[in-house]
Design a protein around this ligand. Structure first.
Ligand code: ATP
Ligand code: MG
Length: 297
């Protein structure tokens, strides 16, 4: 419905976003990204962010070159923030709590090693579309903050895969996996919350902390068992079919079976279950072609 003529002529005023210091709760009109509290130097955040994460000690803190503005995800030992640097570059910062008192089920060294592994993998996959770029790894936060390690990476827009799995998104995740596998990296922990899809169709695969070198006999820790193949659960050497099995299962648990039987799904299923090497190579070549990649044997 069109607004009455007198209202249409009014200047457009957007609601001002209040900048709030998460430490002293001082409020400043008109939040500017990267602005700091004049009293204690914390990064100002939005009112909504303070309300959503009240008492979060890292809100507004500086980690590496990034200010932490909003909590965007939480795991068993980690909190993921939206962060910003001096040039207003938006990023995601994953902070992992270490446990000097050894009260957590996993020792600190293992927890830190997983994040370091993720940082190394992101660096290795820097050319692969759909993998966040590594920006900074911070070993020690300093400033009296509790013991954490942190990984800053490029911000991936979108939401975790829902009950609709567009074919284009499935192709795009498959392309990321095919390229990661060509670099000798197996993700080992595909789960719905690690498959992001944005409204413009851009996709990302997150959380490469469990990733292993193809053929590695190491057992990944902390992966989602609901999407793991028997071979992954049994501790078999890392194989690309771990990822195809998980992707297949994720789609099958979300989409009615009739709608899930598409050409791309058929190829993913073949990669997850094919018995012979020849069948797998054929399926890989066909999927590469569908994803616009040249075939590599
Ligand atoms: N680069 C990113 N861009 C945007 N959002 C992200 C990014 N990384 C993580 N997130 C958000 O944070 C959530 C948790 O991230 P992630 O799965 O990497 O951490 P985690 O599961 O807590 O880690 P771990 O499995 O190592 O304990 C994701 O589901 C996503 O919503
Ligand atoms: Mg995760």
């Amino acid at each position: 419905m069109e607004a009455p003529a007198d209202e249409r002529n009014l200047p457009l005023t957007l609601p001002a976003t209040l900048g709030v210091c998460p430490r002293c709760l001082v409020r400043l009109q008109d939040l500017v990204s990267g602005q700091r509290c004049p009293k204690d130097g914390a990064f100002l955040v939005s009112e909504a962010s303070v309300e959503a994460s009240f008492g979060e000690p890292f809100l507004g803190a500086q980690v590496g070159r990034f200010g932490l503005l909003r909590v965007i995800g939480r795991g068993a030992q980690s909190t993921v923030f939206e962060g910003i640097d001096r040039d207003s570059v938006r990023c995601a910062v994953k902070l992992v709590r270490l446990d000097p008192l050894q009260e957590l089920p996993e020792p600190s060294a293992l927890i830190a090693a997983r994040l370091e592994n993720e940082a190394r993998v992101l660096e290795r996959l820097v050319d692969v579309p759909g993998v966040p770029r590594r920006l900074e790894f911070v070993h020690s936060l300093g400033g009296g903050l509790p013991a954490h390690v942190a990984l800053a990476m490029s911000f991936a827009g979108g939401a975790p895969v829902g009950n609709e799995v567009p074919e284009a998104a499935l192709r795009s995740w498959s392309k990321t996996l095919l390229l990661a596998h060509r670099h000798g990296v197996v993700h080992c922990d595909l789960a719905p919350e690690h498959l992001l899809l944005a409204t413009d169709g851009t996709t990302h695969i997150l959380d490469w902390g469990c990733a292993l070198e193809l053929g590695s006999a190491e057992s990944p820790r902390g992966f989602h068992p609901s999407y793991a193949s028997d071979q992954l659960l049994a501790g078999n050497p890392a194989d690309t079919h771990f990822d195809w099995f998980a992707l297949k299962r994720i789609v099958e648990t979300r989409v009615e079976s009739g709608k899930a039987s598409t050409h791309v799904m058929g190829l993913i299923a073949a990669l997850a279950t094919a018995n012979s090497i020849e069948q797998r190579l054929q399926a890989k070549e066909a999927l590469s072609e569908v994803c616009g990649l040249s075939a590599v044997r």
